[in-house]
Design a protein around this ligand. Structure first.
Ligand code: TYD
Length: 203
């Protein structure tokens, strides 16, 4: 039996991370073995690359290649073995983030993204992607309210985040059965009820 791969996506400040733990607990209560992980990161090497990627300025293609290098390691070390054992993986961001941030936000050539996606995970896509969507000003307000040091992406200008959001929505409309858009402005309770309904479709 193959496990299921669920990813969470959205612009910075969409509040997806708080729902990751909740969904994993929900699935565990239904008897699943669940791994929570994130990108960039999820392995010892991946977390080192994350530190660089979130803080160090670099060429766009270097950034993209490092995202996919971390991803290759993550797939080999954690995601693929867990799925092969029939376990579930809940991952905070995956390749849709590269499509949206490096592609939409920074303007990476689409063909280069597709070539890397094909190379790194030709035969694997998430079974379900939850895209947390909300207006930029609401997301920004949440980030400011959190009072923490902003990473390289969070420090980008509003037009960057607008392009990221549009790229996510475009990717969602091209993959409607995999990517489900969640209105991140709704209350936590409302969102949880919606997540329950969506996730039951793949249980
Ligand atoms: P994020 O997931 O928002 O973590 P936190 O909740 O701790 O802030 O941070 C990861 C950042 O990395 C986010 O701004 C998006 C960016 N990113 C990319 O640009 N490309 C990618 O392929 C991935 C996975 C993330």
């Amino acid at each position: 039996m193959k496990g299921k791969f669920i990813t969470f996506e959205g612009i910075d400040g969409a509040g997806k991370s708080s729902h990751v733990d909740w969904l994993a607990d929900y699935l565990r209560q239904r008897g699943k073995v669940v791994h929570i992980t994130r990108e960039p990161g999820g392995t010892a090497l991946g977390e080192k690359l994350r530190e660089l990627l979130l803080n160090q300025a670099m060429h766009l293609e270097t950034e993209t290649l490092l995202m996919f290098a971390a991803r290759r390691e993550h797939l080999a070390e954690l995601i693929e073995p867990a799925l092969a054992r029939g376990e579930w993986v809940v991952c905070d961001r995956f390749s849709d983030a590269t499509y949206a941030y490096q592609g939409g936000g920074r303007g990476l050539d689409r063909a280069k993204f597709l070539a890397l996606e094909h190379w790194v995970h030709e035969h694997l896509q998430p079974d379900l992607t939850l895209l947390f969507d909300l207006p930029l000003d609401v997301a920004r307000e949440r980030i400011v309210r959190a009072h923490r040091v902003l990473d390289k992406f969070e420090q980008e200008r509003v037009d960057f985040h607008d392009r990221v959001r549009q790229a996510y929505l475009e990717r969602a409309s091209g993959n409607p059965s995999r990517i489900r858009v969640v209105n991140a402005e709704n209350s936590i309770d409302h969102i949880r009820k919606q997540l329950e309904k969506i996730v039951l479709t793949i249980c």
